[in-house]
Design a protein around this ligand. Structure first.
Ligand code: MN
Length: 330
């Protein structure tokens, strides 16, 4: 048995008829792969399942088996009354689920299944394992406990989650357990090359040009040992608001620069809403900065949103938190 809570969660599922599963805001490959894998498993268990998300799923993820089942909803308006169980995956807190800064969760029995070290344990049952690479890896271990037979479609979704949250196995700390598991998923028919091509090598040309705007604005803080870039709403809007461009650029550019420990990209997604992606280069824990700013995440990759400040003030706030953390860490 991988987890003590596995059977308790399975019992709850067996007692339920209509099950709701979530994808988090700006759903990434781990969120999507985890939710879709769970969807397939719950169907195998004979349940009615719905997957909901506060945002649209990216076009590059539409090749994933059953991705068409993910429904975009407004949490404040959706009718949750028919559901008797809510499985919350890969989501550290309420706003990651609802997409609203002070959003309330529906009043349904809630099971949290997550790997964020900043998880707030807000469910009725909380299975949080911060040692796994991804929520998909956790779910693989959970399915082992449940005796779920994996098929190619399920394996494809799980491998997508692992590839996403490990930066295609590149992030510091990705070890033999994760690699071994990925190998097993490939034996089951998951096509690593197809996933990598679709998700990481199918960028819109304009998004790549937008990365140029990010790079052009990149600064180095030699004392704090970090790089940073901040792009205002007006520039973002000029490029047609390329969703996902910030995270993709963060994955590529923030852990490259000699002499730095970490980096961050700030993007004003809406007027007075600054989204920040942090990436660690040396293994320094960037989730601590994200938490200081009201966000969360992992040691190697984290995020936060600053609401209600003008662009310049929001940027200064983020820089202040980063410098404070850098001083403390050195
Ligand atoms: Mn994840």
């Amino acid at each position: 048995m991988n987890y003590k809570l596995s059977q308790k969660i399975l019992g709850k599922i067996k007692d339920s008829e209509n099950i709701l599963v979530n994808c988090h805001t700006s759903p990434d490959p781990d969120s999507l792969g985890s939710a879709l894998a769970m969807y397939i498993a719950l169907k195998k268990l004979g349940k009615d399942v719905e997957i909901v998300c506060p945002d649209n799923i990216p076009d590059d993820s539409k090749f994933l088996p059953f991705s068409e089942k993910i429904k975009k909803i407004k949490f404040a308006k959706f009718d949750f009354s028919k559901y008797d169980l809510f499985l919350v995956l890969d989501s550290a807190g309420e706003n990651m689920i609802t997409g609203i800064s002070d959003g309330k969760l529906p009043n349904i029995y809630t099971v949290v299944i997550d790997h964020h070290k900043t998880n707030k344990n807000f469910g009725n049952i909380n299975l949080v394992d911060v040692k796994v690479s991804s929520c998909a890896e956790l779910i693989y271990k959970l399915f082992q406990d449940w005796g779920i037979k994996l098929d190619t479609q399920l394996a494809t979704n799980l491998l997508t989650g692992i590839l996403g949250d490990t930066g295609i196995f590149e992030y510091p700390g990705v070890g033999v357990e994760t690699l071994g598991l990925a190998g097993k998923l490939m034996e089951l028919g998951a096509d690593k090359d197809e996933i990598v091509l679709n998700i990481f090598r199918t960028e819109e040309f304009k998004n790549v040009k937008f990365w140029g705007e990010i790079l052009k604005r990149m600064e180095i803080d030699a004392e704090g040992k970090f790089v940073w870039s901040a792009v205002s709403y007006d520039v973002y809007n000029e490029y047609g608001k390329p969703g996902g461009a910030k995270d993709a650029a963060a994955g590529m550019f923030l852990s490259l620069v000699k002499g730095t420990d970490f980096g961050m990209i700030m993007l004003e997604e809406e007027k007075k809403t600054l989204a920040v992606s942090f990436r660690s280069r040396t293994g320094l824990d960037v989730a601590e900065i994200a938490v200081e700013l009201g966000g969360g995440g992992h040691k190697a990759a984290a995020g936060a949103k600053i609401y209600g400040l003008e662009f310049d003030s929001a940027v200064l706030k983020v820089l202040g938190a980063a410098r404070k953390y850098a001083r403390k860490a050195s």
